[in-house]
Design a protein around this ligand. Structure first.
Ligand code: ADP
Ligand code: F6P
Length: 425
């Protein structure tokens, strides 16, 4: 037993160990939870992102961190295998086919046990433990056995699929049993919660759409915005995409939509900026996605760009937060076109960067964010025509729509999300 009254457990720590230094970890979960822990206090149990370290607990940026170390077999079986080649595609409605593999499942069980043990040693008597996301669905049940005194919450950051899909999973009963160790499970959308409740009604559930630390979004200065636009060739329309390089995000589809609009003369004087953080890079479907995206960018620039003035400006790296703020502020149209997404914080970050009603958000109906940001230019990413129409409509945006969404996001920020969940717990 440890001394922490409030413990967050997530697959990743908020920082990754890269060689001998630390970098902010990728993904929306970390972006949302790090400010919550900084303001509430408490500790964070998670993996430091490499397979070579054996780290002692440490403090980083005001958050107390308890590393759970994974070896190469854990990384391949638990992280790349069961989490990201089985659960990720299954929970995202089979955009690619999940692989079902007994060895990966056994690693998933073993690594969930590691997390449960580390948490049991860290939490104080009667502490509140908040377990996060699909990688750790067995932790609540294991923790309940180890520490019956704890209050245990679980939040699923990604979608929960319809029962007909979930039932494909050979270990579906074990997953439900693991989750039933919770006092409360939170979902992003009511449809996720309803899907889950069709399988079992023995667990308390709720819908808590996650959000951003709205005040942290940098409002860029006029000069940094105009500098960026100049570097893009001062086009009439700046279109922006910001994603992990993941097949769920529909990056290729938005590029194909732009390509067709250029071909048909329905869009001109345009620059597209695509920022894409590298993600899960050894997995075949991720390699294929990157290859297809980069091929499309090359083709579009070859067809429609000029020397020194490409159409698509592409960065395959993480970008610092202050720089990201300038991209958001400078973009006339934000393109968020996932085939399926638990929430999509990028959509909310863009809205928070536009307090004056300028800018326009093109948003997939299949992103959780579409429930709240229903004033966006909604599109169906499976239908190129629909993405194209939304982009064309967004070239003449209505400021009232952006203002309404801005007010919503400012009121429903991540502090409120955490408060609502923890109050219910
Ligand atoms: P996911 O959790 O699936 O990655 P989200 O849109 O919910 O998707 O969250 C992504 C987070 O990562 C956001 O906070 C966004 O600002 C950040 N992000 C995405 N791409 C980049 C990038 N190229 N550079 C820096 N941050 C990025
Ligand atoms: O919920 C989205 C999420 O999958 C998080 O669980 C995860 O930490 C993040 O995206 C980034 O993915 P990864 O940790 O596999 O790099």
């Amino acid at each position: 037993m440890g001394g922490n009254e409030f413990v967050v457990v997530a697959n990743r720590l908020p920082v990754d160990k890269v060689g001998d230094h630390y970098e902010v970890s990728p993904g929306g979960l970390v972006a949302a939870l790090a400010p919550v822990l900084r303001s509430r206090g408490g500790c964070w149990v998670g993996w430091p992102g490499d397979t070579s370290s054996d780290l002692a607990p440490f403090t980083f940026d005001g958050i107390s961190l308890v590393p759970v170390c994974l070896d190469q077999d854990d990384f391949e079986g638990f992280y790349e295998g069961f989490s990201n080649s089985t659960l990720w595609p299954l929970y995202h409605d089979l955009i690619v086919t999940p692989d079902y593999n007994q060895d990966w499942w056994e690693r998933y069980v073993a690594v969930n046990e590691k997390f449960a043990r580390a948490t049991a040693e860290t939490a104080a008597e009667n502490a509140t433990v908040w377990v996060q996301d699909y990688q750790l669905q067995l932790v609540p049940g294991m923790l309940r056995e180890l520490r019956p005194d704890l209050t245990i919450g679980f939040f699923l950051h990604i979608p929960f699929p319809a029962p007909a899909l979930f039932q494909q999973l050979p270990w579906r009963d074990e997953i439900l049993a693991g989750l039933s160790g919770c006092d409360l499970i939170g979902f992003q959308r009511t449809t996720d919660e309803e899907n889950f409740r069709l399988l079992t009604t023995n667990i308390r559930t709720g819908t808590f759409p996650i959000s951003i630390d709205a005040e942290e979004i940098e409002q860029a200065t006029e000069s940094s915005i105009s500098q960026l636009r100049t570097s893009l060739g001062d086009p009439k329309h700046v279109l922006l995409g910001v994603d992990r390089m993941d097949y769920t995000k529909g990056i290729l589809q938005r590029l194909l939509a732009v390509e067709e609009l250029l071909e048909e003369g329905l869009l001109d004087d345009v620059a597209v900026v695509q920022l894409a953080t590298p993600s899960r890079e050894r997995l075949g479907h991720y390699r294929k996605t990157r290859r297809e995206v980069e091929e499309a960018i090359g083709r579009i620039n070859g067809r429609f760009g000029e020397i020194g003035r490409p159409i698509v400006h592409y960065v395959h790296r993480g970008v610092a937060k202050d720089k990201l703020g300038v991209y958001y502020s400078a973009a006339d149209i934000m393109l968020v076109t996932p085939f399926k997404d638990g929430m999509n914080l990028v959509a909310k970050e863009y809205v928070a960067a536009h307090p004056d009603g300028d800018g326009a958000l093109v948003l997939s109906e299949f992103a959780g964010a579409a429930v709240e940001l229903n004033q966006a230019y909604l599109c169906n990413p499976f239908d190129l025509g629909s993405i194209k129409s939304a982009i064309v409509a967004a070239t003449e945006p209505d400021p009232a729509r952006m203002r309404a969404m801005y007010d919503w996001v400012m009121e429903h920020d991540v502090t409120r999300w955490a408060h609502d969940f923890l109050e219910a717990l």
